[in-house]
Design a protein around this ligand. Structure first.
Ligand code: NAP
Length: 488
């Protein structure tokens, strides 16, 4: 498919155009696109069941969206320009007849790309695609964007992919994992493949262990019912955590094109060692938050949140020891951890290098090992701990931090992940979207964990809100002679 320029003509249909994702992420991303001089050829069509006239929809957007755009960035002239490009269609996605109204809003020129962004519950993905096709709205220049979660296990993800695949080719299908749109995740590729410095050290010979943490302070909020049916393993590990792991662990791709990168990630997923039933007690931990305090304010426990079943065993925390069975990584543990109501909001990748083979310096516990910390949020940056001599007479060493805060040094404005991804859909760039085989390999790897936990009947371990999870999480890494980064 040909790449489009920023201002080419295209139609963008937002199914779920009145929903939270549209208001918080998609419309702000479009605002910035217009502000930066793009999207001049876009017609943006909100679609949802609520019967709204165009003026009412524009009023709803004006009420809901600006608060999600930085105050310093908001510009009413830009906002009005965006609104002038917005349309609205009241459509029940389960009703084939409603799609005629959508047809009337789209360009008659089949060469004009159509983007159907499905920001709705996944149970609507199949009917929407089928009704689009029956209404004759799928042209060769059409793209479909699928939000997570894409299924709740391998079988249901295959069902969705099969049905969508009957109508759209893989090249027309954009599966969102917004972590891939994060500046620092892409910077990780720049770091690895744009410097000679790290790649020679990037293997079992010099790396002792890798840690990936995605921690949230938030609880389940208003998404209780959805979350209780999902849990942290499906909600975070299957997608964001594994995508980060792939970028850390993949072989250098032949080029930066979509399939080279996705082939390299797929190889990692296929090299992940499957869990056997006996592995689960010592290689996995699941937890559930109890009441506690976040930034000094008391918060309620998971079981008391709205929409949660009274004796729910859904995990809000997961820690795993993952292993990659290939020549580069054999024997290097990848510790993965994610949770809600943790001590701080943080996403980081920590590379712990091996200690020097023989220490000649005066240190009580040997020469400290080098550590590279790649911070994805809240602020992106890199920290490298290197050993230097402690001032004074003796030849003692202490680690010093080389810190690169990318927020301060970047010249261009930082793009929000959704902004980058939406613009990539418009341009027809697939590299930052998840291919079907990657998605299914990820589901296949986590499924034995989910099944094993269900079979064990064991309850998740409680942890106090505002901490780093259950004590068993420290014990998991401790058993293999490691400590989580914050416990160093
Ligand atoms: P939401 O606030 O509940 O919005 C759902 C949208 O779908 C509404 O616009 C709703 O409008 C529309 N809708 C529901 N049933 C419909 C039907 N039969 N026909 C047409 N439209 C229908 O949900 P959301 O938070 O925006 O999330 C949407 C999807 O994105 C979910 O799959 C979610 O998991 C995923 N997601 C959300 C976020 C986020 O930050 N919110 C982040 C990542 C992924 P009407 O009721 O008027 O029809």
């Amino acid at each position: 498919m040909r790449e489009n320029a920023n201002n080419d003509r295209f139609d963008l249909v937002l199914f779920g155009g009145t929903g939270d994702l549209a208001m918080r992420k998609l419309l702000p991303a479009l605002f910035y696109g217009v502000r930066d001089g793009g999207l001049a050829g876009a017609t943006i069509i909100g679609a949802a069941r609520q019967p709204l006239g165009i003026d009412e929809y524009r009023a709803l957007l004006t009420e809901q969206v600006p608060r999600h755009i930085g105050e310093a960035d908001f510009d009413d002239a830009v906002w009005q320009r965006l609104l002038s490009q917005v349309r609205y269609v009241a459509i029940d996605a389960t009703q084939p007849a409603d799609f005629a109204a959508l047809a009337a809003q789209l360009s008659n020129d089949e060469a004009v790309p159509r983007v159907f962004y499905l920001a709705t519950t996944p149970s609507l993905f199949i009917p929407i695609c089928q009704h689009l096709q029956s209404a004759g709205l799928v042209t060769p220049a059409t793209r479909v964007v699928l939000e997570k979660p894409l299924g709740r296990d391998l079988a249901s993800s295959r069902t969705i992919n099969d049905a969508v695949g009957e109508i759209f080719t893989e090249e027309q299908t954009y599966r969102i994992d917004h972590y891939l749109g994060k500046e620092m995740v892409q910077n990780l590729m720049a770091l690895r493949f744009g410097n000679t410095l790290l790649e020679p050290l990037w293997s079992r010979s010099y790396i002792h262990d890798v840690q990936i943490t995605i921690a949230e302070e938030l609880g389940v909020g208003t998404r209780g019912e959805f979350y209780d049916n999902t849990g942290a393993l499906r909600d975070m590990v299957q997608n964001h955590v594994l995508q980060c792991l792939c970028i850390v662990a993949m072989e250098p791709p032949a080029s930066i094109n979509a399939d080279s990168v996705r082939d390299a990630k797929l190889q990692v997923l296929r090299s992940l060692r499957p869990y056997l039933e006996g592995d689960l007690p010592h290689k996995t931990v699941r937890g559930q938050y109890r009441s506690g305090a976040i930034e000094g304010a008391p918060v309620t426990g998971y079981l008391k949140e709205d929409g949660i079943a009274p004796s729910s065993q859904t995990e809000t925390f997961v820690a795993l020891k993952a292993e990659i069975d290939n020549w580069r990584w054999a024997g290097v543990p990848f510790y993965l951890r994610t949770g809600k109501r943790m001590q701080e909001r943080l996403a980081e990748i920590v590379i712990n290098f091996r200690p020097v083979p023989h220490s000649i310096f005066e240190t009580a516990s040997g020469t400290p090992h080098n550590q590279l910390v790649i911070r994805l949020q809240p602020d992106d940056g890199l920290g490298l701990e290197i050993n230097t001599k402690t001032p004074g007479d003796s030849m003692r060493l202490s680690p010093k931090l080389l810190n690169l805060a990318l927020r301060d040094t970047r010249e261009a404005r930082r793009l929000d992940a959704y902004e980058r991804l939406l613009m990539d859909v418009v341009r027809g760039r697939l590299a930052l979207f998840v291919r079907r085989d990657e998605l299914e390999a990820a589901w296949a790897w986590i499924e034995p964990i989910r099944d094993g936990w269900d079979r064990s009947g064991e309850a998740p371990k409680g942890y106090t809100s505002g901490t780093w999870g259950p004590a068993a999480s420290s014990a998991l890494v401790g058993r293999f002679g490691c400590a989580w980064h914050e416990e160093d």
